[in-house]
Design a protein around this ligand. Sequence first.
Ligand SMILES: *[C@@H]1O[C@H](CO)[C@@H](O)[C@H](O)[C@H]1NC(C)=O
Length: 437
Amino acid sequence: MTNFSTICKLCLVAATCFIKACSSSCPVLECWFVQEKTGRGGLSANQETSLLHIRTDSHTAETQPAPSDIPPDRVYFITDPAATLCHRSLNPPRGSVEKPRCEMIPFLPQPSTLKWVAPLTDSASSPIYLQADWFSTSLQGLNRQLAISTVTRAPTATKEHDVVLSVTSKTVFVQSRLGKPVLLDCGFWVDPSSPLSGSGFAVEWRYQFRGDGRLVLAYDGKADRLAKAQEEGATLDFDGLHQKGNASLILPEAKVHHSGMYICTVYLPYLVAQVAMELEVVEPPSLSIHPSPLPLTVSGQTLTIQCEASGFVPLSMELSWEFKGTDGKSRPLGSGSVTGHRQAWDGTYSQSTRLELDTTKLDLGRGGEVTCVAVHLGDPRQASVTLNVIGFSSPSIEDSMAMVGVALVLYGLIKFVSWTFTSSGSDEAVQQDKKDK
Ligand SMILES: *[C@@H]1O[C@H](CO)[C@@H](O)[C@H](O)[C@H]1NC(C)=O
């Protein structure tokens, strides 16, 4: 009975702990509040630390005390019913060195002139709802797990913000093999109680790489119309988009020129929020050795071996050679003479290295295995050929021992034979003597 009640108590303690853990999993975030100021020196940005208390319900009592070093007018309370800001990657364990990144700026709601966004705000007057304090906040979770951008609204001069729009990506950094389908995650949530909800949205995907930008896809969700897409094959899951706010970009086949930064932008009437993510298309090299198989090599001869690494991306790669003798030991032969890289029609690279293998200088014995090693993004690949050397110059220890052995056996045999002959000869002589007598 006592056992049972103890278990019950333990259960209760566990349950309350669990509930507490759940309710307190929304973080208190430190965030840079960036404000542009026009002063005497022109335009300058002012950065201040602020504190964001995240909660899913505005009625939740505030329990966590604010750190004293942040001024009270920079402490905000943000209600996020979708709990997007309560993701664990924004709530690191106490005392962890790494912190989520957060930056907030004042936001000015305004209509967009973009062709696929303008229809959202075709009524002449803007709603009174817009007259409030608006912030735009971008956050990045630990280990690049998550990127979030929110637009929040607070009644003028209050510190109690409500999330009106949030855009999220769980694929902040994506690596894909060449030719494989790619999904760049982007999702959005709109507060259903906001007057801006239900009056349409637009989604835009842009690509950015080293200053070069292009439109990948633009969709007017109000008219259900796709702008003339510039990227072949790129598409969205339109059912998921309208039902669940799933604005993920689908690329059916990863190509080299897809590597770069992608920006998912979601528009509501007067509002906009965007998240950025990086796609890296990666393909390891294929290796081939020429000639293969290697010709039988006479000791003293110099052999030229070529190794070609092709079809790889990105460019950084290390080529080297190794030799593994019959004793099983490997040793490096250097990198050989490495050529410059060439780019193929599909954007992949190739590069080769030539090895001059001088069989007299190197102690190669009877041969072994010659290996070409390519290290691409830390991942080694290799190809090998067998080397056979004949007429090796100096006999090995085993060979010398064998020769001594053979010599000894021969010596013993000769000795034995000669002894047998001489002794039998003398016996015959003795018998002959007896007969004679
Ligand atoms: C969004 O849509 C894509 C494509 O249909 C799907 O693979 C993905 O799982 C969806 N994401 C969510 C969060 O539902």
